[in-house]
Design a protein around this ligand. Structure first.
Ligand SMILES: NC(=O)C1=CN([C@@H]2O[C@H](COP(=O)(O)OP(=O)(O)OC[C@H]3O[C@@H](n4cnc5c(N)ncnc54)[C@H](O)[C@@H]3O)[C@@H](O)[C@H]2O)C=CC1
Ligand SMILES: O=C1[C@@H](O)[C@H](O)[C@@H](O)[C@H](O)[C@H]1O
Length: 341
């Protein structure tokens, strides 16, 4: 391994460009070695003036570029399976943006391919596990300060959705974060899901079922509800309240400055995830680089990625067919029994 971990970034869109900047300017111990995007102009723009970066149209070609020792996948979800399998074939450590693979069959193929290697290579980009507030809530729950957890009430609002966003993506792209956070916070699998669809907001694009109300049941009887509203127009709001037998705790209330003047008060609201979760992304990528340089893999694993996809898929079925859908996960390979996250 070089003095700095050489990273190939696949996909130079919103997240890819931000991760390229992060690897170059924020994170220590790594450098951008290659960038791939079918839109090579976009890739070149994201690279900007960073020296020593090769630009590729083809993602797999970037994995074989000189100096590449690890891969950060930030292409659209449907492209992740091919990239993950190609990285595994080369023994390259990976940080893969969520959703790991949107469909559960593809996600399971990734789990099985890694399990066949007999060692973990991939960390999945559920960055909320690195957010300071989420970590405090997790410590509180693990320490028993709220008693046995009964419910999580979650809110996930975006100002607007990208043009390609579908009704299913409210669940398998947006709510995938709540799915992972709930599994992680509660230490339980989700066993059933019911999705309700209120009359769509007039602010949502024609045909998009937005907002949605998602209710999960867990293996030990807790309930998790999520309001997901991706064209709310007013701000990026991610909240979570945990209610236990002896107390409750709420995170995500305030993330900007509170300005008081002229006899009134105004609370700033972040406008997107790159602002709200900036610190979490920084910590996530730094943790990945540090672990990789030590020859280790930590953080959310491919099993977590698979579980999130399987749960989301059941949610999409409930959205499309109505009613409560039971969730059944495949047998969990021994490789993913560890809990050091
Ligand atoms: N952790 C988080 O909070 C967030 C994660 N994401 C995830 O990041 C990933 C990328 O999302 P965005 O950057 O918002 O999308 P985007 O649409 O802004 O960018 C995707 C880029 O990937 C390129 N691309 C398409 N196919 C490719 C391939 N096979 N190989 C390499 N590049 C390819 C596209 O040309 C485009 O430039 C998705 O998996 C998304 O779910 C997105 C937003 C926030
Ligand atoms: O991952 C993300 C996006 O893909 C998703 O579309 C947004 O709803 C989430 O807030 C963001 O964190």
């Amino acid at each position: 391994m070089g003095e700095l971990l050489g990273v190939a970034v696949l996909g130079a869109g919103h997240m890819g460009a931000d991760h390229i900047r992060r690897l170059d300017q924020v994170v220590s111990g790594a450098r951008v070695a290659a960038v791939a995007d079918p839109d090579t102009a976009r890739a070149k723009e994201a690279v900007g003036g960073i020296a020593g970066v090769s630009v590729h149209e083809d993602a797999v070609a970037a994995l074989d570029a000189p100096g590449v020792e690890a891969v950060l996948i930030a292409s659209p979800g449907p492209a992740h399976e091919e990239a993950l399998l190609a990285a595994f074939a080369r023994g390259l450590p990976v940080l893969c943006e969520k959703p790991m693979v949107p469909d559960s069959d593809g996600a399971l193929r990734v789990v099985e391919a890694e399990a066949r290697l007999g060692r973990r290579l991939a960390q999945i980009g559920f960055m909320r596990r690195y957010d300071a507030e989420y970590r405090r809530l997790k410590s509180l729950l693990d320490g028993g300060a709220l008693g046995r957890p009964l419910m999580l009430h979650c809110t996930h609002r975006n100002v607007s959705s990208p043009p390609h966003f579908t009704s299913a993506m409210l669940i398998n792209s947006s709510v995938s974060h709540e799915i992972d956070a709930a599994r992680w916070l509660l230490g339980q699998e989700l066993t059933a899901v019911t999705v309700l669809r209120p009359a769509p907001s007039s602010g949502a694009p024609q045909g998009l079922l937005d907002p949605q109300f998602v209710l999960f049941e867990t293996e030990r009887g807790a309930l998790v509800d999520v309001e997901v509203f991706v064209n709310c127009g007013f701000g990026y709001q991610v909240r979570c309240e945990a209610v236990g037998e002896t107390g409750s705790a709420r995170i995500g209330e305030e993330h900007g400055m509170a300005v008081t003047s002229g006899g009134g008060a105004r609370q700033e609201v972040p406008q997107d995830y790159l602002v709200r979760f900036a610190d979490a992304y920084d910590r996530e990528v730094q943790a990945w680089v540090d672990a990789t340089r030590r020859g280790r893999v930590t953080g959310p694993d491919t099993w977590d990625g698979y579980a999130a996809s399987a749960v989301a898929e059941a949610g999409v079925r409930s959205l499309e067919e109505g009613g409560r859908v039971q969730i059944t996960l495949a047998p969990r390979p021994d490789l993913y029994a560890r809990t050091d996250r």
